[in-house]
Design a protein around this ligand. Structure first.
Ligand SMILES: NC(=O)c1ccc[n+]([C@@H]2O[C@H](COP(=O)([O-])OP(=O)(O)OC[C@H]3O[C@@H](n4cnc5c(N)ncnc54)[C@H](OP(=O)(O)O)[C@@H]3O)[C@@H](O)[C@H]2O)c1
Length: 299
C-alpha cells in the first residue's frame, strides 16, 4: 500500500514540483489557502497556518506517514516587513506541526534555508554556527532549534536558492529573466552575492527520497558549487541563447534592501552526497535540464 504524504505550501513553487514528482508513489494530501493547483491525484486540504487551532484539527483527521512542511513566508522583504506574522507562520505553526508529528509518530521533513548563515564565510557545512541577518533567517533558525529539541524523526533540509520554472501562475526569477531578455530588456545581477543554487526539480526529488528514508538530522541541499548571481545569469544566457550583454553586473554593497542579504551562503554538500542516491546537479546540468523541459512545458 502507498504511504501517505502531506505537503504544506503545496500551492507554492517547490510544492507544485513535490506534487508532480510524488504522484505515482505516494497517497498525497496537499494544503492550500485559497486556490487549488490544477494537478491530478491530490487530496486538497484547506489550511491557513495563521489560524493555529486549525492545524491539529486538520492533521488529526487524516492518516499521514510523512509531512513535508514547505509552507512559509518565504520572501525576505515580506518577512522583514511583518516579523510578527513571520514568527506566527514560520515558527509557531511549525511548532504545532512538530508537536503533531511527534505525538502521532509521523516523519517530518522541514524546509529550511541558507539564510540561517550570515554569509561571511561561505562553503557552510551542517555543523557551522548559524547567525541569520534577517527576520526570515531568524524564524527558520528558531523553527530548526525547536525541531532538534522536540522531534525524534525529522530532517531539517536546508535549501539553497531555488531556481527553475513554476507550475503555478506566479513567475520565478528564472522565468522573469527569460521574459525580460526576450523583450530585449536588461537584467541586473550581483557579482558579489554567492549561492549554491538548486534546481527545483532536483530539490523535490531529493526531498521525496528523504521522505522515504530513515535519515534523521540536518542536511544541506544545493549545487556542488559556489556561484555569483551574475555568473549564474551568464550561464543561463548561454543555454537560452540570450545575448550576455543583457545581463548587467552590479554590486550588492551599493544597494539597500528592507531585509539584509548575506554575501556568501554557499554550501558544502558532502553529507548529502553520502546520504542521497539523488545526485545534486551543478548549474550547467540544472539549466540544461530546464532548457530541455521548457520547450515541451515539462517543468
Ligand atoms: N525559494 C527559495 O529560493 C527558497 C530557498 C530556501 C528555502 N526555501 C524554503 O522552501 C519552502 C518553499 O519555498 P517556495 O519558494 O516554494 O515558496 P512560495 O512559492 O512562496 O510558497 C510558499 C507556500 O507557503 C504557503 N503559505 C504561506 N503562508 C501561508 C499560510 N498562512 N497558511 C498556509 N500556507 C501558507 C503559500 O500558500 P499561498 O499560495 O496560499 O500563499 C505557498 O504555498 C519555504 O519553506 C521556503 O522558506 C525557499
Amino acid at each position: 500500500m502507498k504511504k501517505s504524504l502531506l505537503i504544506t505550501g503545496a500551492t507554492g513553487f517547490l510544492g507544485g514540483h513535490l506534487i508532480s514528482q510524488a504522484g505515482e508513489n505516494w497517497n498525497i494530501h496537499a494544503t492550500y489557502r485559497q486556490k487549488i493547483q490544477n494537478l491530478q491525484n491530490v487530496n486538497w486540504v484547506k489550511l491557513d497556518l495563521n489560524d493555529l487551532s486549525q492545524i491539529e484539527q486538520i492533521l488529526n483527521t487524516r492518516k499521514i506517514d510523512v509531512v513535508i512542511h514547505a509552507a512559509a513566508i518565504a520572501d525576505l522583504d515580506t518577512a522583514e516587513g511583518d516579523s510578527e506574522l513571520t514568527n506566527r507562520i514560520n515558527v509557531l505553526a511549525t511548532q504545532k506541526i512538530v508537536d503533531f508529528c511527534e505525538s502521532s509518530k509521523t516523519r517530518l521533513i522541514f524546509i529550511s534555508t541558507d539564510m540561517v548563515f550570515d554569509g561571511e564565510k561561505g562553503n557552510y557545512t551542517e555543523d557551522d554556527p548559524v547567525n541569520p541577518l534577517n527576520s526570515y533567517g531568524v524564524s527558520k533558525k528558531t523553527a530548526e532549534n525547536y525541531i532538534r529539541q522536540f522531534s525524534s524523526n525529522y530532517v531539517i533540509a536546508r535549501s539553497a536558492l531555488i531556481y527553475g520554472f513554476s507550475w503555478t501562475e506566479s513567475q520565478t526569477f528564472s522565468q522573469i529573466m527569460l521574459k525580460r531578455t526576450k523583450k530585449g530588456e536588461s537584467v541586473q545581477l550581483f557579482t558579489d552575492q554567492f549561492r549554491s543554487p538548486i534546481l527545483v526539480n532536483n530539490l523535490a526529488q531529493a526531498l521525496l527520497e528523504l521522505a522515504d528514508s530513515d535519515f534523521c538530522g540536518t542536511l544541506h541541499l544545493g549545487a556542488p558549487e559556489r556561484i555569483s548571481r551574475y555568473e549564474f545569469g551568464i550561464l543561463f544566457a548561454k543555454y537560452f541563447s540570450i545575448s550576455s550583454n543583457l545581463f548587467i553586473p552590479i554590486q550588492m554593497k551599493n544597494y539597500q534592501f528592507k531585509a539584509a542579504r548575506p554575501k556568501d551562503t554557499s554550501f558544502k554538500i558532502d553529507s548529502a552526497k553520502k546520504i542521497l542516491k539523488t545526485e545534486l546537479l551543478d548549474c550547467h546540468n540544472g539549466i540544461q535540464f530546464i532548457k530541455e523541459c521548457s520547450s515541451s512545458r515539462q517543468f
